[in-house]
Design a protein around this ligand. Structure first.
Ligand SMILES: CC(C)(COP(=O)(O)OP(=O)(O)OC[C@H]1O[C@@H](n2cnc3c(N)ncnc32)[C@H](O)[C@@H]1OP(=O)(O)O)[C@@H](O)C(=O)NCCC(=O)NCCS
Length: 142
């Protein structure tokens, strides 16, 4: 069955809210944050029929910043997030990709390294809990 990579919009607000609570327990974005994101930025999902993996993304004329990417717990380590990233690279082939990740988030860092990101720098005490951010970049595919 196709994984159905697709754009998500304001119609998906409630579904994204549920995904956030399942994927980021205790750190989920609020309805207002997701609503604002969908108003000004873009989102993508994969999974058929339910969304199994999604990304909240900011597109500028020069670059793509990935704010959030997550896979539902029961579908993890099946290659979904890597496929979603590959779809984003294909969709925005001329753009540089950036993201920040907590240095303690080993699964996410492994995913990003495996998808071609490299570390640019570390920012200490970046997050509200005092943890360090790893800033990562991926060069355009074209
Ligand atoms: C990080 C996350 C998105 C990975 O999603 P996933 O669909 O399980 O990742 P994939 O199956 O596509 O794995 C891609 C690569 O990362 C590696 N990886 C993923 N999870 C891993 C883990 N828990 N431990 C070690 N490596 C891991 C895979 O082995 C794979 O490597 P490979 O390409 O060399 O085979 C998922 O764990 C998640 O949703 N975490 C909670 C939300 C989060 O922290 N998001 C990132 C910050 S916004």
């Amino acid at each position: 069955m196709s994984l159905s990579f697709r754009s998500l919009g304001e119609d998906h607000l409630k579904e994204i809210l549920t995904l956030e609570s399942l994927c980021f327990p205790g750190e989920e974005w609020t309805e207002k944050m997701i609503q604002t994101h969908l108003e000004f930025h873009v989102a993508f999902g994969m999974g058929n029929p339910e969304i199994q993996c999604y990304a909240l993304v900011c597109e500028t004329p020069w670059e793509i910043e990935i704010f959030r990417i997550a896979t539902l717990p029961k579908f993890r380590k099946l290659g979904l997030a890597k496929q979603l990233l590959e779809q984003l690279f294909q969709k925005f082939p001329k753009k540089e990709f950036f993201l920040e990740v907590k240095e303690s988030n080993e699964p996410a860092i492994k995913l990003y390294l495996s998808a071609g990101f490299f570390e640019l720098e570390r920012r200490k005490k970046y997050y509200p809990d005092g943890s360090t951010a790893v800033l990562m970049k991926r060069n355009p595919i074209e």
